[in-house]
Design a protein around this ligand. Structure first.
Ligand code: SAH
Length: 552
């Protein structure tokens, strides 16, 4: 195939980014806006050796999954990739995506995957599914070719602004807010930011809506320390019903990162409040908060179910944001610890605990991969019954996973917004003593290719453990978990009795207790081989450690 060549194809598959995949002349083509099941005519726009990119010219026969997009800008706008696909088919697309990742990256057996169908959105009052769900929008401001101030969304893979007018994923009030800002800028001659020249003032407008409280928050991200006539804008915005917070965020960097560090509050409070279930949460402009409140309740419901709490457990909620999951679980747990990197979010988390009169939740500020290992080093004897992780797209740092394995919680609940890194991390955990019990995708981002997944991992019991370890021997894998366990026992013994014990002694005591895990590891091959025997005082100390770790 060559550039500009016209081709005809039937779309047989979809890429993870939502492009249609078809074949023509033995060549694979990725075609934006083409849908699985379509027969199309297209033009090659980029030709590589074995694959290329095509442009959709004409739909010759539409896919049975095709629907009319609600938004007229859905094709140029980079926000939605799947609006032309029926909602049920979108859910199937997402289930397939999670399955593919778990099988291809995670190495799980497809037939044995405990994967449930995606939990989708119910129809809204107008009968539509998957629209008007977002409680947050970040709208870039710029200039059109003819010099007007425009706002909208970036086109896919570029930074040219598509004037979407109204976005059908967000709240209708967004438009009024954005128009208020635009006309204010025009009136006072305030220029939007030009990222090529790194000049101009207004970069983005961030809007948050509290679904249950009706509160609104507006934050202008500006390339400067202040906004001329900012009070006037704040006054106009505060006239909008529900407006609770108007602020500036200062971002003078040449960067794609939207928010900067410094905040300037212009009117109202520094946060809005929203509710999930019976709990109230304070949310600052800089804090993370799930964007789809309807589905968040379902997601957190699954987290609670998977955590299997009885009221006594110690729970860690890593990457806790403003403490939403922590506080959701606190009512059924003994003690909850949350860890979060963004200082404003940690402040919100502490305020939220107080706001809801929850006293068994404590929050640490810092990176999870630093905080947890540090804490565990300082408290090696402390138990963690359940660990919840909800990392950003890049998944968990290995350092964190290693510490989690050493802490050996009975359950790990992994909440993920990227099933590829999820699969990578599950593989790591399942190679070291955990089994994947349930995988529940939840559609938090209808019309887009994104999917949230919550997984339950449980620690294998001693008898299951033996099987797994043997299999690992056969596969000639070094079991990270088994090392960790020996390390843990050694550390515990040293700490509690001052004795140093070897892996061999631990293996001998484990065998005596009937819990030896690796039959041909660390043990004499024959009865009469000359191996040192574990002295009684060390045996007693090891037994105590095994008891502490609930292995006997
Ligand atoms: N569980 C929360 C937030 C999940 S989003 C909720 O459901 O609302 C992921 C969070 O991880 C964000 O708040 C982000 O600020 C935080 N984060 C990102 N990297 C981190 C790290 N290395 N350590 C701790 N928190 C981190």
């Amino acid at each position: 195939m060559e550039k500009n060549q016209i081709f005809e194809t039937v779309i047989e598959d979809m890429s993870e980014q939502g492009e249609g995949i078809g074949r023509a002349g033995g060549y694979t083509l990725f075609i934006k806006d083409a849908l699985i099941g379509d027969r199309i005519e297209g033009k090659v726009i980029k030709a590589k050796k074995t694959y290329g990119y095509g442009k959709l010219l004409r739909i010759l026969e539409p896919s049975p999954f095709r629907v009319e997009p609600l938004c007229p800008a859905s094709s140029p706008c980079g926000g939605c990739q799947l609006q032309a696909m029926s909602y049920d088919r979108q859910l199937q697309f997402k289930e397939d995506k999670v399955r593919n990742h778990l099988v291809r990256i995670g190495g799980f057996e497809e037939k044995e995957l405990p994967l449930e169908p995606v939990i989708g959105m119910e129809p809204d009052e107008t009968g539509q599914r998957g629209f008007r769900y977002r409680n947050k929008g970040q709208f870039p401001f710029g200039r059109s070719k003819d010099g007007r101030i425009v706002y909208g969304f970036y086109a896919g893979r570029t930074h040219s602004i598509v004037e979407t007018g109204e976005c059908f994923l967000g709240a209708p009030v967004n438009r009024r807010i954005l128009e208020t800002v635009r006309s204010f800028m025009e009136e006072y001659g305030i220029s939007p930011y030009d990222e090529v020249r790194h000049e101009g003032l207004v970069r983005h407008v961030l809007i948050r809506t509290g679904r249950h409280t009706g509160e609104l928050l507006v934050c202008l991200v500006v390339n400067g320390g202040e906004l001329p006539h900012g009070r006037e804008l704040a006054k106009r915005l505060m006239e909008i019903e529900g407006m609770a917070s108007v602020s500036l965020n200062v971002n003078r960097q040449r960067t794609n990162v939207i928010l900067g560090e410094q905040m300037v509050y212009l009117a109202g409070k520094a946060y809005i409040t929203d509710r999930i279930g019976s709990l109230a949460y304070r949310i600052s402009p800089q804090s993370f908060y799930q964007v789809n409140p309807v589905q968040t309740e379902k997601l957190y419901g699954k987290v609670l179910e998977f955590a299997g709490l009885t009221g006594r457990e110690t729970v860690w909620d890593l990457y806790c944001g403003i403490g939403t999951i922590s506080l959701f679980l606190a009512g059924r747990a003994g003690q909850v610890y949350g860890v979060e990197a963004v200082p404003a979010a940690v402040r919100n988390a502490r305020e939220n605990a107080a706001l809801n009169r929850i006293s068994n939740a404590e929050f640490f500020e810092g990176r999870a991969e630093k905080v947890l290992p540090g804490w565990y080093e300082a408290h090696p004897q402390a138990a963690a019954d359940v660990i919840v992780v909800d990392p950003p797209r890049k998944g968990c740092a290995e350092e964190l996973l290693r510490t989690m394995l050493r802490m050996a919680p009975r359950r790990i609940v992994y909440v993920s917004c990227d099933s590829a890194t999820l699969a990578r991390d599950l593989k790591y955990l399942c190679a070291a003593g955990y089994s994947l019990e349930q995988v529940q995708p939840v559609d938090m981002f209808p019309m887009t290719v994104g999917v949230e997944t919550v997984c339950l991992l449980s620690k294998l019991h001693a008898d299951q453990h033996i099987e797994v370890e043997l299999q690992m021997d056969e596969l000639d894998l070094t079991a990270a978990e088994s090392k960790a366990t020996y390390e843990e026992i050694k550390n515990y013994v040293l700490e509690h009795s001052g004795l140093k014990v070897s892996s061999l002694y631990i293996a001998q005591v484990k065998e005596k207790c009937g819990i030896i895990e690796r039959v041909n590891y660390n043990l004499p091959k024959s009865e009469n081989s000359r191996q040192p025997k574990c002295p009684p005082e060390k045996e007693a100390a090891i037994r105590e450690a095994l008891g502490h770790f609930r292995m006997i």
